[in-house]
Design a protein around this ligand. Structure first.
Ligand SMILES: [Zn+2]
Length: 390
């Protein structure tokens, strides 16, 4: 569709407000974050029923996590067109000190509650767009995945990618209606030092694993400064490294036999797992000191890639043109700090862009989403479907 064609606004603000309120009022805290949570199951049932009632073909798919299925919906085209994948996560972070986290409270255009911004506003926008896309005459398919576990291990999106393929993907996270084409990746590493346990009165026998780790921490802090001084990425800046957790020692009057440090490295597009391990191991080797002279052991516990979708990818150009047709403003192609499941989708060979509404306070006690931007997001996603899957 030419950019100048008028696009009728499909998403009705009352309908949007009602749907976001319903989604927020169904608790779906990730049980890996809060083990007392029942997880995403009740929300999955709601999403499945909501889509089914609107005539959308929908099914559950297991993710390998007990009781935590994805919901997969498909609007089939007539054949020959591009397939668009829409992805939104159903889980939220915990509630901490949040007051009434699952009571959706409206204040003008703002809707407050846990998950309102991250990412139930975006989930609602995509659900409405999927339901409306049934009325379009499309050649390609629209595949919608409402996934579990984005806030922890991404088991939902990983499970989807075992069977799904598409020509482009939109991922619902709050982006204030900008097209986020790049973000950093991350790598978690565990570092271990060994000492020799002994009574605190026997320095002739004891070797202090915590003191040994102290040397390693100083070396990693120097490496962090070096990483921060590199030229960096035009949008994302530099990579980074910090010490996240440290554990060691048994009691006051003993030499600690072991110490463990967990380190997070935020990576740029193009930085590989091997590169990261090599430079960290080199820093640790140089730090091995003290009486133990033991090498410092290191292991990657989790690694997630960075996102770097080219501005020229079809999904980017379609999303930007479609959003401009809806809002009159062409969204920027920007980077963001936080990691998303879009990186896994892109790694699987599907060009992916993060796109969602505006709001504030995600992962804090004051989370809210702007309902008007949810409606605009829904219209922009529908307009993207209309051209991408034409
Ligand atoms: Zn999120």
């Amino acid at each position: 569709m030419p950019e100048s064609s008028p696009i009728s606004l499909e998403a009705d603000l009352l309908e949007v407000a009602e749907l976001v309120s319903q989604l927020v009022s169904i608790a779906s805290v990730n049980p890996a974050i809060d083990p007392s949570s029942a997880g995403e199951a009740a929300l999955a049932t709601f999403v499945e029923d909501w889509l089914c009632q609107r005539g959308v073909e929908v099914a559950r798919e297991p993710t390998g996590l007990p009781g935590r299925d994805n919901v997969i919906a498909r609007v089939r085209g007539n054949g020959g067109g591009r397939t668009l994948l829409l992805n939104a996560h159903m889980d939220t972070v915990g509630t901490d000190e949040m007051q009434d986290p699952f009571v959706a409270r409206r204040e003008g255009a703002r809707l407050h509650g846990r998950g309102a911004q991250d990412t139930k506003g975006g989930l609602a926008a995509y659900m409405l767009a999927v339901a409306s896309s049934r009325r379009l005459k499309l050649s390609g398919d629209v595949v919608f995945t409402a996934v579990v576990d984005e806030e922890h291990g991404s088991a939902g999106t990983i499970a989807c990618l075992r069977t799904l393929d598409a020509d482009g993907a939109l991922v619902a996270e709050p982006t204030a209606l900008e097209a986020v084409c790049c973000h950093k990746g991350f790598q978690w590493l565990d570092v271990h030092t060994e000492g020799v346990a002994a009574h605190g009165s026997r320095p002739d026998r004891g070797v202090d694993a915590i003191a040994h780790m102290g040397h390693a921490i100083v070396a990693l802090d120097r490496l962090a400064a070096e990483v921060a001084g590199r030229p960096g990425h035009p949008t994302l800046g530099t990579g980074s490294l910090h010490c996240s957790l440290v554990r060691g020692g048994q009691e006051m009057s003993s030499y600690p036999a072991r110490c463990q440090l967990s380190v997070e490295r935020r990576t740029l597009p193009g930085e590989s797992r091997d590169d990261v391990e090599r430079e960290i191991q080199a820093a640790l080797d140089a730090s091995a000191s003290g009486r133990s002279r033991q090498p410092v052991q290191m292991l990657t516990s989790l690694e997630r890639p960075a996102l770097q979708t080219p501005d020229t990818a079809e999904i980017v150009t379609h999303l930007r043109a479609a959003t401009e047709a809806v809002t009159g403003r062409r969204p920027g192609s920007v980077g963001q700090a936080a990691w998303t499941d879009a990186a896994l989708i892109a790694e699987a060979g599907i060009p992916a862009v993060v796109f969602g509404p505006s709001g504030d306070g995600l992962h804090t006690p004051t989370e809210w989403v702007d309902l008007e931007s949810v409606a605009t997001c829904s219209d922009a996603v529908l307009a993207t479907i209309r051209t991408f899957c034409a």
